[in-house]
Every structure is written in C-alpha cells, then in structure tokens.
Design a protein around this ligand. Sequence first.
Ligand code: SAH
Length: 395
Amino acid sequence: MKKIFLKPGREKSLKRRHLWIFSGAVGRVENGINSGDTVEVCDASGKYLATASYSATSQISGRVWSFDRNEVIDGEFFSRRIGEAVALRKNFGYWGDKTACRLIASEGDGISGLVVDKYADTLVAQFTSLGVERFKSEIVAALSRLDGVKTVYERSDLGVRRYEGLGEQTGLLWGVEPPEMIDFEEDSCRYQVNVRKGHKTGFYLDQRENRRLAGSLAAGKRVLNVFSYTGGFSVSCMKGGARAVVNIDSSREALKQAEKHLDLNHISTDRVDNLQEDAFNCMRKMLEQKEKFDLVILDPPKLIDGTGSITRGCRAYKDLARLGFSLLNKGGLLMNFSCSGLMTPELFQKITADGALDAGVDGQILRTLRQGMDHPVSLAVPESFYLKGLLCTCK
Ligand code: SAH
C-alpha cells in the first residue's frame, strides 16, 4: 500500500486515535497517490500509524479507517463497522421495524464522512467525503443486507462535498423507490418524512430525547416552538398535555407537514398556530405585543458555519436567548439549543447567560442537553459532539 508521511512531531493526535489528519501535518506523499486512495500513514521516521483515505484537496487530508495495519479496508470492513453500529442501537432499544434512528454517525461510529439515518425500512445515506464515496458500492451492499431494509436512498446534496471535489448527488442507491412519505414512530408519537425533499435526511433525529423531555414537561403549558421545522417538539408537547402551541418557521412546506403531524397524532389543530415568519422578527413582534409562554424551545439551524461567522453567530444566539427569556412567564422553561460544532458548551452557557441578563431575568440551568444516544461521540474525536442545549428557568 502507498504511504504518506507526517511532518516530525505531528503524530500526536493519531496516537490519541483522532481520525483526522490535517493538511498542515502532512510531510511527504508518495508518487502515484490519488485523492480517495487508501494509504498507510506513517510518522516522519516511517513508522506505521494508521490506515486512512487520502484527499489532496480537503483541509482534512486523511480520514482514518483503522489503526491496525493488518485490517483490510473492503466490503467486510464496512460490514463489520455497520454491524457494530446496529448492535449499539439495539443495545439501547433504538432499533425497531417502525422506528427511526441514526444508524451511522460518521466519526462517532468509526466511518468518517458517512451518515446514515433509518426511517422504518428505509435508509438514507449522506456521503460527505471522498473516502466513503470511493467505497460507496461496498457500503450500500452492507446496508442492503441489514434485516428489514427495503431501500437505501442517497441525500448527498451537501455543500461540504465540494471541499473534496465532489458534486451533489441524490437518488435511489438500492431497493425499491421510497414512497413520497415514510411513516415512523418516535416514543408514542407518529411522524412522516419525505426523504427526497426534507432537510438533511428528512427529520432531525438528534432531538429525539429532548423532544421526549419537552413532552414530559409540557402539561398545561402554552408552548412556543421556534424553528419548529415539521413540528416534532410540538407533537411531543401536545401529547404531553400542553394547553397550546405556537410554531414559528420560515418554511411553508415544513409547517404544512407540522399540521399533518397533528392529524396523524389525533391532536386538534385548534390549539396549534403555525406562523410562517422569520423567527427573530416574529419574536420581537411578540415581545412588543407582550405575549407570554410557559415553555419556549429555540432550535435554530447552524448559526455558525465556519470561523468567519463566529461573531455574527454568537450575536444571533444571544439575541435568541434574550427574546426567549423575555417571552417567558415567571418560572417558565426555556430549552435553548445550538447545533454549531464550533460553539463550545462553555461559550453557549455564557451566551445564554448574556441573553438572560439582557432580558432582565435571573436564569437557572436545570439540565444540560445534547444529541441523542444514537449520535454517539467518539472520545477520541470530540468534534463529533455538536448539538448542545440548556434547559433553563427564570425568576
Ligand atoms: N426543532 C426542529 C428542527 C429545527 S431545524 C425539529 O425538532 O424537527 C431548523 C429550522 O429552522 C428549519 O425548519 C428551517 O426552516 C428554520 N429556519 C431557518 N432560518 C429561519 C428563520 N430565520 N426564521 C424561522 N425559521 C427559520
């Protein structure tokens, strides 16, 4: 196998089993290596460190497949890793015929660059790097052999692929064409997903446990679900006995589906309002009108998508926290989230505190929140922890 050599002293992160090799750490690349090739990564003295896929164009030049020189990277390898991921989900009961879960969480499951979500009998895959793109047929074959799977569908319509010289790709990879809407269950709630047109793979599975928590806290409350998408939190809250819910989202299709989700769960639409508006403007208007809620959920899209947008993003998160706290009744609850990988939990807590200060309330944290268990975080790759949240109350 061809080899790449790191610069002297740059092997530390691999020794700690991190899965990324940044371009700045790479010294020499043997002739004849192409992007996407599987290579041996060696330290400057030529000692084997890992087996990885190589990319000449990305800032991440290498993504580790294995730290075992004897492990062959082939269909069997992907089958094994996928099998481990299934076993993990089964272990905590997230694997079922009618349910949904994240099956492969990229680095979290040891397959850097691959995300696979399962919606009942349909798997939706995102190939974000050249390494997994090269092994697409092996990966799809391994996925197609899983019990009960009828469809493997691709949603690689992701901007990040361009860093690896890849275009966007969507469509059927294996099995039968998925129906327009796929039904699935989450706890006692029923949802539908459009895997062709929905955001990402169609549904935000990472919020499952937080939707459950919101539902358990919602009895008798008036709920504001900001950035509601298809109303996952709203269904859970209404099932939990919420008095009323207001959804805010800029997407008309998402709100239409939110209404369908109410029907599907036999919830009267009378007690749920859907506002298709910019969340920031809408919350400002509500504040002027002195509206109040007992539970406010803030789950914005990624507001920091690179080092260039940190300041702007932090300001937006602070503004949201301020508006959220301001719209709460005394003793109300705020669930504040950030899915930006670059936002640290410490910084998010500080921003939330600043928001409370600006709102003129004394806030208290009741619980820290995070992505669900089917989105595991590799201890060696802390970057795989991206969704963080705070459940707060205020006096
Ligand atoms: N909480 C949701 C997921 C939210 S995803 C769930 O549990 O399913 C973020 C949502 O924010 C998307 O639906 C997107 O349409 C919406 N959005 C993005 N920018 C917005 C804005 N400025 N105002 C309102 N909604 C916005």
